[in-house]
Design a binder for this molecule. Structure first.
Ligand code: MTE
Ligand code: MO
Length: 198
């Protein structure tokens, strides 16, 4: 028998819910930029304009997506830039252990480097062969399908290389620092030693 694709406690809803905290930002290509800062290898901040970011090579990944509120969206076809492509253009210091993903309006989520660099993680610009809609994160969202979806930050504007872990928006508000849906790592009180920042 095929193994279940649904992590414990999740269900497949009718329709495809959209959720986020706060407003949907307006995309202005002339002023939009994408920064890579923090512990870069060179010590310098890297900054991509929209036309630079848009012309980075893209790959396609099909993945399910699990929100901690228990709905899952199955078989999404994402297309966009692999983290490895971005790291080649703006390399991290060898000591980087975590990455903070920053969005419009200060929303953020922290990732372990291993989750950021995982083969299924993607800076998605298209969903199901169409550009992302505004409410799904246009022009760029990160997709980290193997973690709860609050880590899949929409409207990404920057990544920050970290030499030490730090909590993001929901991780500071009682949600699990790692967020593996297969282990139901929903809340911070479930964290084991070593799973949270020092
Ligand atoms: N910038 C930003 N990204 C975000 C959020 C948010 O509030 N702001 N919410 C997260 C949560 S909790 C979920 S479940 C997913 C929802 O993605 P969807 O709207 O494409 O279903 O976006 C994530 N990314
Ligand atoms: Mo969510």
């Amino acid at each position: 028998m095929e193994e279940s694709r649904l992590p414990p406690g999740q269900y497949v809803p009718r329709g495809r819910p959209v959720i986020h905290y706060g407003r949907v930002p307006r995309f202005k290509p002339e002023t939009w930029d994408f920064k890579v800062f923090g512990a870069t290898a060179s010590g310098e901040e890297h900054c991509f304009t929209w036309s630079e970011f848009e012309s980075l090579p893209r790959v396609t990944r099909v993945a399910d997506f699990h929100c901690v509120t228990k709905f899952s969206l199955m078989a999404n076809e994402w297309r966009g830039v692999a983290p490895a492509t971005l790291m080649a253009a703006a390399p991290p210091d060898p000591g980087v252990s975590h990455v903070m993903i920053w969005a419009e309006y200060g929303y953020s989520a922290n990732l372990r480097m291993s989750d950021f660099a995982a083969p299924e993680t993607l800076f998605a610009m298209e969903l199901d062969e169409k550009p992302l809609s505004a409410e799904r994160g246009h022009p760029v969202r990160i997709v980290v399908p193997h973690l709860y979806a609050w880590k899949s930050v929409k409207w990404v504007r920057a990544i920050e290389y970290l030499l030490e872990d730090r909590r993001g928006f929901w991780e500071e508000r009682g949600y699990h620092n790692v967020a593996d849906p297969w282990r139901e790592q929903r809340y911070s009180y479930q964290e084991e030693p070593g799973e949270g920042p020092p």
